[in-house]
Design a protein. Structure first.
Length: 557
């Protein structure tokens, strides 16, 4: 079996998320590469929630809509997802709590007395997930010795009772097929939010400040868990306005700082973003996209903030924007964003989304290039300190309070090289030119980095253009149809030369985006590049592999 897709579903509060991670961990121990997609409503209890766990012998970064196994903790799961079942799919359910109705003749039902097992073991309802995981492992011929350590790792002090329930489910099921052991070393499983956090830490992060907002809230929790180990300041202030201003204050004092938010929170941060641009104080913003306008679909995904991120804040100032497409890129670009921000004393924005941030991936650190160090320019103490001293690159040297030999004055007003407020016309023009000069030299730096990725058939003259979390699904669709994929990682300053080389020989360019207005297509148009067709999705759900493949097939026919 080269791959398998499993869906587990139930009501919010049934532990579906943890169950998906545990199931992925079990298959990961067999050598499979994993992708876990989470779908849940914006409520604490009730409502339908599910995870799709896909395991493959090859590296993957997308889910498939058709499934090999359905693990239903309630009737709603069976009703909602029966249409996904493949020929011969396994369906695991408790007939006392879930009525499947008529199932396809080819399906192989596993009727499991989950309620009775929980009652006998005096276990809580949330442990239904452990019971069906045990049954799944037996149905797919997974040895119990593989299961037990994953439970102990994920359930901690609660592992004992969960293992008892899982073993009861294991013993109650029958073996139907075998998910064989692969000759591959297991890879760790991380979400995109977690690898973003780790990349920031690898880049020298000292402070992370955030007000909880889906889909970046998990970064705040993860950073808090790691704070002691890495000497981090992790702060949850009273508002997004306070988040941005506190981060700028920490950067002013020499602490590499980052913040996390979503569109609504970023709205409140934009005046602080402009302060970063004028005061030349570095900060990194992790902007997790979710559908709007306003509250929109708070627990779902989109790619609607590119135009906003590129233009947010009053006035004109330099900024760096990058969009990772998987867990490894989230790690690498988070580190790069910190380095860029501090070298050029500008804000950097990492555009993620719910799909990237909250999905789990098999993480392969060998795929991450070690970037060249691009650190800040520190005051050499030879000349009197000028916080905004002019230079060929527009970058001034840094000193931090409480340095007894330097007055470190930052200013939101226009100012001279010392930071003293000015309204002089000639000086105002000179300082604005100094700040914007950074774009040119940052662009030169980016020319030496791999800012545009190419996948698929490099000789194809039909190109799928994508950005962010659509990378994985586009690569698979292109491989199926013999097409080329072009994925820009850096969006501002835009790497036009690299992008032009990647498009060389193209006769048809199809932009694939999770928004209604084709924001990347509009963005590249300002650099002289035109797309021929767009495939857009804007219902908050990511493309499935089969879905996008069929849409692309129609577009190229």
């Amino acid at each position: 079996m080269d791959e398998i897709s499993v869906l587990i579903g139930g009501r919010a509060g049934f532990g579906i998320d943890r169950a998906g991670i545990v199931l992925a961990g079990i298959m990961g121990r067999l050598g499979y590469r994993l992708f876990v997609y989470r779908d849940y409503p914006s409520i604490i209890r009730g409502g339908h929630t599910f995870s799709i766990i896909r395991a493959s012998k090859d590296k993957i970064a997308a889910h498939k809509d058709r499934i090999d196994a359905l693990m239903a903790l309630d009737s709603e799961t069976l009703k909602a997802h029966k249409s996904r079942l493949k020929e011969g799919a396994v369906v695991i359910y408790d007939p006392e709590s879930a009525d499947p109705g008529p199932l396809p003749d080819s399906c192989r039902p596993v009727k499991l007395p989950v309620g009775a097992i929980l009652k006998e073991e005096k276990a809580g309802e949330v442990m239904r997930n452990a019971c069906v995981i045990g049954a799944f492992c037996k149905a797919f011929g997974i040895d119990w010795g593989v299961v037990e350590p994953v439970f102990r790792k994920n359930f901690g002090d609660e592992a004992g009772i969960n293992l008892k329930v899982a073993k009861r489910g294991y013993d109650a099921a029958e073996s139907i097929t075998v998910l064989e052991l692969l000759d591959k070393d297991p890879l760790p499983l991380f979400t995109g939010n977690e690898t973003t956090a780790l990349g920031l830490i690898r880049g020298g992060l000292k402070a992370y400040i955030s007000y909880p907002m889906t889909p970046t809230s998990p970064i705040l929790h993860y950073m808090a868990k790691l704070a002691g180990e890495f000497g981090l300041k992790v702060v949850h202030p009273e508002s997004e306005i306070a988040v941005m201003l506190m981060a700028l204050g920490m950067s002013y004092c020499g602490q590499r700082a980052a913040v996390g938010t979503s569109g609504g929170g970023f709205c409140l941060m934009t005046e602080g973003l402009s302060l970063s641009g004028m005061a030349e104080v570095p900060v990194v913003i992790v902007l997790g996209q979710r559908p709007g306008p306003s509250t929109g679909l708070p627990t779902y995904s989109c790619q609607t903030e590119l135009a906003f991120a590129a233009s947010a804040g009053q006035g004109e100032f330099s900024r760096f924007i990058a969009a990772p497409g998987d867990a490894e890129e989230a790690y690498g670009l988070a580190r790069m964003a910190l380095d860029v921000s501090w070298k050029y004393q500008i804000p950097s924005i990492i555009l993620t989304d719910k799909t990237l941030g909250e999905s789990a991936y098999s993480f392969d650190s060998d795929l991450i290039p070690e970037p060249e160090e691009r650190g800040e320019v520190i005051w050499d103490r030879v000349e009197p300190y000028k916080r905004y001293g002019d230079s060929d690159t527009g970058v001034s040297s840094l000193a931090f309070p409480p340095d007894k030999d330097a007055v470190v004055k930052v200013n939101s007003y226009e100012h001279d090289e010392y930071g003293i407020t000015t309204e002089d016309a000639a000086l105002a023009g000179k300082m604005q030119e100094k700040r914007l000069r950074k774009d040119k030299y940052l662009g030169i730096d980016l020319e030496y980095l791999d800012c545009v990725k190419v996948y698929g058939d490099r000789n194809s003259d039909t190109i799928l253009l994508c950005w962010g979390s659509n990378k994985g699904v586009c690569v698979e669709a292109a491989d199926e149809l013999g097409l080329k994929v072009v994925q820009p990682l850096c969006l501002l300053p835009f790497p036009a030369k690299q992008f032009g080389r990647a498009l060389a020989g193209a006769k048809k360019i199809i932009a694939v985006e999770s928004n209604a207005t084709a924001q990347l297509a509009a963005h590249i148009k300002s650099y002289g590049f035109e797309v021929d067709e767009t495939i857009l999705k804007y219902d908050g759900r990511p493309f499935g592999v089969e879905e996008l493949t069929e849409l692309v097939r129609k577009a190229v026919s």
